[in-house]
Write a protein that binds this ligand. Structure first.
Ligand code: FAD
Length: 498
């Protein structure tokens, strides 16, 4: 990698903006096909929203934590293949013993199997809602949800309001909405559409898959998910430039017919340009490096497209579309203990509570290379819990003083796993919303009506500019698998165009 390039100018076939999994996979695919590439990354590290971190305990011992994306589900086949190809290994999330369900009034239930121990009538309503969503996901699919005849209708109603039209059981609605709202898009269920929820389900194979935590949160990579990006970047060597945010992309010739001298409007490409996707002349200006290339792949989350100046400005459709896609907000909580104490109580560490401050808790104990000096397959003696505080609760927590925030979050986790939860030896909160080059978590999604209006544009190249990101994926939407697929897709589209 090239950490300290000094304001150089270089030429490549393709320049990739962003060294997350999507950008690195695009660069690798292009490089393997014989194209010369440069990857320009704003941060001083690769991996984007996958990030291996450390947290120091009260005794000065450092523990491994994954601050961003970590889990792989069995349907994420492209990522599973790649992990294998890169020589990395995976391990399963601990899931022995009973799980905990907190009902909306805080009642605690221990249960086994995939189904919450809610009242029979609530369970029946949940089954009904899951079936409706499974059917819609199968019918509409993840490829082009905007093109389906029901798209406009389902995109015009919030997921919450839509669920309320299907059921009047508040607890069933809370529990179903958790899987998409706080659990995936990390936005309140009244802020995104039923169509967005169907896309999330279709992308995971079905709504039933989203409901099954043993499916969705199946495996982790030994050495952390970030090691996928680190291994890809190592293959690319000096073609990856770190610490060099892209500021400007010169990408097209203005269309003289758009000039309006009466109103002092200079020519631009407001109506779009011909030859979308084909090679052109691109100059990408970043803090350290300027790259001249035939194509550019923008592999940053869509909420950051507008952080780059385009010369000339993008066509008007994209100006509008890019304003309707925004990041969710979630705090990933990491708490380390001397031992995984919950296991001694016959608990798996898994807990759910629709509408609670911490709505999900899991055993996230490390394995193998994640432990300092650890060997493959070895399990950490320390126990790690991970919890999630989503959307409005995350906002509330970030406004509290640090110690009060910690106590509130630990108390909420203790409701699931008992008083020992209050005494971690190390505690850390992932704060992706404060990161300039991400600005939220986990990913971006459209506002109400946005997917049906603008979704069809998200994967279309404009001139020599191609886009790749997990947030515009069909399979693996908002996940690392989607990022990998997107990187390959953009690279192959570019190769097809010569
Ligand atoms: C807390 C958290 C938990 C998650 N959990 C999971 C999980 O368990 N499983 C899963 O599959 N997914 C998970 N995800 C989502 C997953 O991490 C993302 O889907 C994936 O990282 C997206 O990859 P990407 O390459 O599309 O984008 P990113 O990973 O966001 O990479 C984009 C890169 O572009 C860079 N960049 C941005 N702007 C510029 C610029 N102007 N110039 C140069 N570089 C720029 C950024 O610094 C970044 O490195 C999680 C995400 C978060 C935040």
């Amino acid at each position: 990698m090239n950490p300290s390039a000094q304001r150089t100018e270089i030429e490549r076939d393709v320049v990739v903006v962003g060294a997350g999994p999507a950008g690195l996979m695009a660069a690798r695919t292009l490089s393997k096909a014989g194209k010369s590439v440069a990857v320009l990354e704003a941060r001083e590290r690769v991996g984007g929203r996958t990030w291996n971190g450390r947290v120091r305990d009260d005794n000065g011992v450092d523990h491994f934590v994954e601050l961003g994306g970590q889990w792989i589900s069995p349907d994420q086949t492209r990522l599973i293949e790649l992990v294998d190809e890169l020589g990395l290994s995976t391990f399963q999330r601990y899931r022995e013993g009973k799980s905990i369900y907190l009902s909306p009034n805080g009642e605690r239930h221990e249960y086994e199997g995939p189904v919450f121990p809610a009242a029979d009538s609530t369970q029946a309503e949940m089954d009904k809602l899951i079936k409706i969503l499974d059917d819609l996901a199968a019918e509409i699919g993840a490829k082009e949800p905007w093109a389906h005849p029901k798209a406009a209708e389902l995109d015009s109603i919030s997921f919450r309001h839509w669920l309320e039209q299907q059921s009047d059981d508040e607890e069933a609605i809370d529990n179903i909405s958790i899987y998409v709202a706080s659990g995936m898009l990390t936005k309140p269920s009244f802020t995104f559409s039923a169509l967005q929820a169907v896309l999330m389900a279709a992308s995971a194979g079905s709504f039933s898959n989203l409901v099954d935590e043993d499916f969705i949160l199946d495996r982790r990579v030994e050495g952390g998910m970030m090691s996928v990006s680190e291994t890809l970047a190592a293959e690319l060597g000096d073609d990856v430039f770190l610490g060099t945010p892209v500021r400007e992309i010169q990408w097209a010739q203005p269309d003289p017919s758009t000039e309006d001298s009466l109103n002092n409007v200079k020519p631009d490409v407001r109506n779009g340009i011909p030859n979308n996707g084909e090679p052109g002349e691109v100059t990408v200006v970043s803090d350290q490096v300027t790259v001249r290339a035939k194509n550019v792949v923008i592999a940053v989350p869509p909420n950051l497209y507008n952080r780059i100046s385009y010369v000339p400005p993008m066509p008007r459709d994209l100006h509008i579309a890019h304003q309707h896609i925004s990041m969710g907000l979630v705090i990933k909580v990491h708490a380390i203990y001397e031992t995984p104490f919950w296991r001694d109580k016959g608990l798996s560490g898994t807990g759910f509570g629709g509408g609670r401050l911490v709505q999900e808790v899991y055993d996230n104990t490390n394995r193998g290379q994640n432990i300092a000096g650890g060997t493959a397959g070895e399990e950490d003696a320390y126990g790690t819990l991970v919890g999630f505080v989503s959307d409005v609760y995350a906002e509330e927590m970030w406004h509290l003083p640090e110690e009060e925030r910690k106590q509130r979050i630990l108390s909420a986790m203790a409701e699931y796993l008992g008083p020992e939860t209050m005494e971690p030896i190390a505690f850390y909160l992932s704060d992706m919303a404060a990161e300039e080059w991400t600005r939220g978590a986990y990913a971006t999604s459209y506002d109400l009506g946005g997917l049906s209006r603008w979704g069809h544009l998200q994967n279309q190249p404009v001139g020599p500019i191609h886009f790749a990101c997990s947030d515009i994926a069909d399979e693996g939407y908002q996940h690392v698998d989607g990022a990998i697929r997107q990187g390959e897709r953009a690279a192959n589209a570019l190769l097809d165009n010569g």
